[in-house]
Write a protein that binds this ligand. Structure first.
Ligand code: 9GP
Length: 799
């Protein structure tokens, strides 16, 4: 790579070259793509720092209430493009980079995708941070700086293979190490009674070291901080052992400590894995609370003002230990009476529930809790007894059957508990927390999720973004409700052509990329039907592939029936220990292999499973999608956020009345949404019907034939029995009601086919989805949290 020094350098070019020379220590003749990307990132980061300092100073001067978002996951993805867009610096950066003789795209794509999360929950946290900055709400995200984020997925003969993800193998351009912000976090040990005060002496301690990443909001109006904790040993090396030649033993303490921040979601099926996971939860929660109180103390005198100056959000139950930890800090360490400590903690903490799935609601064995956190277990027992004493008529124990129920603990210790869509919040009230809701009817509130329009439309879909801005001005980027202004323009044939043209161009880009990277050729005029999300039985990727098999059989039986060409695209990872989900991936890949090789059907139907689904892949796929598959069993998907991103980018949804689908349909209009399937109450009733799956199969020959083909090994001739556990499950218990919803799903999909054939009408429906999705901005969600949960205000008037 050579610097085209014939051209005059711009200010940004100067900054890039300065960083290349003095920060990276390379000259232009030897710089690699990575060096250039780092130099650009540092130059861009410099610009963010100015806004960061102003924001921090403003918050201190205003004595403003701070919001702290505690989350085990922040699925931030790449940050360079995002930062450039929010600084409104993307065009200048492109020109500067190209002026240096580099490809801007290549530089952007050199950045690793920071996958510090699994899926929706972690991505939501990332969107919230961006919206908090955009709205100038003084806030900080707290999490763990995992050395290895979510595993890298590849396929071997169609099977999922997991490899460690290595985003930190290179320096992370955006973070600042803060060795001065370091806290000791203890585990184990014993509790003694000294002068009527409990004194906990941990058996071991690790250090939590802060790493700060600035999060810049739209138009650099405000910049907040994401603080991630890395774990290290207090004493990194046992010199005595080292000098005796025991090199491994000498570093053992450091290895043990570092294991805490080594991997996102360690396998917790083993006792050691369980212990490590609980350690992670306490580690980041304790460090964050210390930090929060230190900051509070530096600004305010009286700890009793804590709830007026601090709001802490617990993202799911993972940081639920914050309740007892805050009580411990206030009661044991600061000497407040127990009741007052509980009251202050409760008025400061809030909890978001993200799932009703029983297996995802954390419970920790009492023995483990007592072993790792003996003082916390005592406090949990006392909080539990206290709550029971207040409400003796309706027992809702935190500790039962030898386990600590972290959902109950979170609820009892929270000022507000929220669900993440209207339906989910109602179900939270009626099911998991029905008893607690009866005791505390004011506590549960709804905050329907949202997504940041900067990343999920403006940046990832520049073609559509440009068209919208051309029609209604660019105010929509900071105020997504303005998208409704598009609607009166939608009869304009020029605008319709432009929207259809943008979608097609995005599809061509995607097809070229898929062909170059995966060797599969896709027809950009076929309908791109996309299901991207974690693989889970409740999300029902197997319903989708079953429909593909039935469609393949129907096309083969009658190839000339005027089929609408369709490409079914899948993406998503299965938890490494989730055997059934991994089988579903294998099945999809096997079906894809057979269908794509069929000369009769492949012009009409192809199936592609793109490996290693992550934020970057979502940014590529969503703008190029026609159809969004949101087909979960009603009552199971708390909200979904992918569903919002698709609608915003003009994909039509085929979906059930589940999670935020319900609200999406209300907003975009029933006529612009392909609804199918049972409702949540119907699902409950259907499960009670004996042999519901058998009945559904007997009533639908298409379903019976598709299942039979899979069962007979039509897609696994090398191992015909391979999918017997899937077919056995669907023909038997079928808890997620794939068979019972199949017939209606097939009907809805044929309605989709017919609609797609009328191109102009489809484009209008797609455009209406975009125009009516303004409500699904995470700015709206964050405003809701600020008003209803945190009592926080924006420091930018009018935000
Ligand atoms: O499964 C939910 C998903 O529906 C929701 O959109 C997301 C954000 O609220 O949270 C997911 N839950 C989890 O990832 C684990 O509880």
């Amino acid at each position: 790579m050579t610097y085209q020094d014939a051209r005059p350098a711009t200010g940004l070019q100067d900054a890039i070259l300065r960083h290349l020379t003095y920060t990276i220590g390379k000259d232009t003749a030897h710089a690699t793509l990575h060096d250039w990307r780092m130099a650009l990132s540092y130059a861009v980061r410099d610009k963010i720092v100015d806004s960061w300092f102003v924001s921090t100073r403003t918050a201190y001067e205003a004595g403003a209430k701070r919001v702290y978002y505690l989350s085990m996951e922040f699925l931030i993805g790449r940050l360079l493009g995002d930062a450039l867009v929010n600084l409104r610096f993307d065009a200048e950066a492109k020109a500067a980079v190209e002026g240096l003789g580099l490809s801007f795209d290549a530089v952007l794509h050199d950045e690793p995708d920071a996958a510090l999360g699994n899926g929706g929950l972690g991505r939501l946290a990332a969107c919230f941070l961006e919206s908090l900055s955009t709205l100038a709400c003084p806030a900080m995200g707290y999490g763990i700086r995992y050395e290895h984020g979510l595993f890298r997925q590849s396929f071997e003969d169609g099977r999922q293979i997991e490899q460690p993800e290595t985003w930190l193998q290179q320096r992370h351009a955006w973070e600042f190490e803060r060795p001065e912000a370091m806290y000791r976090v203890g585990f184990g040990g014993h509790v003694a009674d000294q002068d009527d005060r409990a004194v906990w002496t941990p058996a071991e301690a690790v250090l939590a070291e802060a790493h700060d990443t600035p999060v810049v909001g739209w138009q650099a109006r405000w910049t907040n901080t994401l603080r991630l904790w890395g774990a290290r040993a207090g004493d990194p090396l046992d010199l005595k052992r080292f000098n005796h030649g025991d090199y491994v033993g000498a570093a053992a303490a450091e290895m043990l400590a570092r294991s805490i921040s080594r991997v996102l979601y360690p396998d917790d099926t083993t006792p050691a894995g369980k212990e490590l996971r609980l350690k992670q939860e306490y580690f980041f929660t304790a460090a964050s609370l210390h930090d929060i109180l230190r900051r509070f103390d530096s600004e305010h005198g009286d700890i009793r003002a804590l709830p007026d100056k601090v709001a802490i959000q617990l993202n799911d139950t993972h940081p639920a230990i914050a309740g007892p930890e805050l009580v411990r800090l206030l009661h044991d360490e600061r000497g407040l009476p127990f009741d007052e400590a509980v009251d202050l903690a409760r008025r400061t903490l809030n909890y978001t529930n993200h799932t009703l799935l029983p297996e995802a609601l954390e419970k920790w064995p009492v023995d483990l809790m007592r072993h790792l956190l003996p003082r916390h277990m005592m406090l949990i027992d006392r909080i539990d007894a206290d709550h029971a004493a207040h409400f003796p008529a309706r027992p809702t124990p935190i500790v039962a059957d030898g386990e600590v129920n972290m959902g109950t603990l979170s609820f009892v210790m929270a000022n507000r508990v929220n669900g993440v869509s209207a339906l989910h919040t109602e179900l939270v009230k009626q099911t998991v927390f029905a008893d607690l809701h009866a005791l505390h009817p004011e506590r549960i509130v709804n905050q329907t999720n949202g997504v940041t329009p900067r990343r999920w439309l403006h940046a990832c879909n520049p073609r559509l973004s440009g068209i919208i801005t051309g029609a209604i001005g660019e105010g929509w980027v900071g105020d997504l409700e303005q998208l409704s202004g598009l609607e009166p323009h939608l009869d304009d044939a020029g605008l319709q052509d432009a929207i259809a043209g943008a979608k097609r161009a995005n599809k061509v880009d995607l097809s070229n990329w898929v062909s170059a990277t995966h060797g599969v050729s896709l027809d950009p005029d076929a309908m791109f039907d996309v299901q991207i999300k974690r693989i889970h039985e409740y999300k029902r990727q197997h319903l989708n592939i079953l429909e593909a098999v039935a469609l393949w059989q129907a096309i083969r039986a009658n190839p000339n029936a005027g089929w609408t060409p369709r490409v079914k695209i899948f993406g998503g990872k299965a938890a490494p220990g989730y055997v059934f989900a991994k089988k579903i991936i294998h099945l999809i890949n096997d079906v894809a292999r057979v269908l794509n090789a069929d000369p009769v059907t492949s012009p009409f139907l192809k199936v592609v499973f793109l490996p290693n689904y992550n934020v970057t892949l979502a940014e590529r796929l969503i703008p190029a999608s026609d159809l969004s598959e949101q087909v979960s069993t009603a009552g199971k998907e708390a909200s979904g956020t992918g569903n919002m991103k698709f609608a915003l980018n003009g994909a039509l949804t085929v979906g059930t009345l589940d999670g935020a689908n319900v609200e999406i349909r209300d907003h975009v209009g029933a006529e612009n949404f392909f609804l199918f399937g049972m409702t949540a109450p119907e699902v409950v009733a259907r499960r009670a019907v004996p042999d519901h799956a058998g009945q559904a199969i007997a009533a639908d020959p298409r379903l019976a034939a598709a299942l039979e083909a899979i069962h007979q090994g039509a897609f696994s001739s090398d191992d015909p029995n391979r999918y017997h556990d899937i077919t056995g499950n669907l023909r038997g218990p079928d808890y997620f009601l794939v068979c019972s919803d199949f017939t209606d799903y097939w009907r809805a999909q044929r309605a989709v086919d017919a609609a797609y054939r009328d191109g102009a009408h489809w484009t209008r429906m797609a455009a209406l989805n975009t125009a009516r999705s303004g409500w699904f901005s995470s700015d709206r969600t964050i405003r809701g949290y600020m008003a209803d949960i945190w009592g926080a205000t924006s420091l930018r008037p009018g935000a």
